[in-house]
Design a protein. Structure first.
Length: 161
């Protein structure tokens, strides 16, 4: 697809990415991770998770990513919802891109007595923490649309639902 961008004709690169993400809720707090300078968009908060590797089960992906990004093991993980985002704009490396992200969202139970910490240092996550749901956005700063979607559907992710 060719797009007229101002006086320029741009043929954006197309990227489609499948990811699996953990929605972990405990005592009115949501587990969030912050995107490091190695990722995009830097400093934005998201859910623990990431890309499904070739040949990998999404069920395994959500558990692997939860451990890498938060140092937590999933006691249980239940596929609840699918979210997607389609963006055609300037993106990574200031290059114009056509990006489609498909996000598998899992209700995940973790041991809340274990303090979350980033295991995969120097990766795309530089911080992880439990954030009071009422403070998401105001205290954290920008969040990705997948977080907003999870918050809108939060009752589906809470244990016992």
């Amino acid at each position: 697809m060719t797009i007229l961008w101002g006086a320029l004709v741009v043929d954006p690169s197309r990227t489609q990415r499948l990811g699996a993400y953990a929605v972990a809720v405990h005592e009115d707090r949501l587990l969030l991770t912050r995107i490091s300078p190695m990722g995009y968009p830097v400093g934005t908060w998201t859910l623990p998770g990431g890309g499904v590797d070739h040949g990998e089960s999404p069920h395994d992906t959500v558990r692997r990513e939860l451990y890498e990004e938060a140092g937590l093991e999933a006691i249980s993980a239940r596929l609840v919802d699918v979210h997607h985002v389609h963006i055609v704009e300037v993106g990574r490396g200031d290059q114009y891109e056509d990006y489609h992200g498909v996000h598998l969202l899992y209700a995940v139970e973790v041991d809340p007595t274990i303090e979350p910490h980033v295991v995969d240092v120097d990766g795309t996550t530089d911080l992880v923490r439990w954030v009071p749901i009422a403070e998401i956005g105001s205290a954290t700063g920008p969040v990705l649309p997948v977080v907003t979607h999870a918050l809108e559907q939060l009752d589906q992710f809470v244990a016992g639902s």
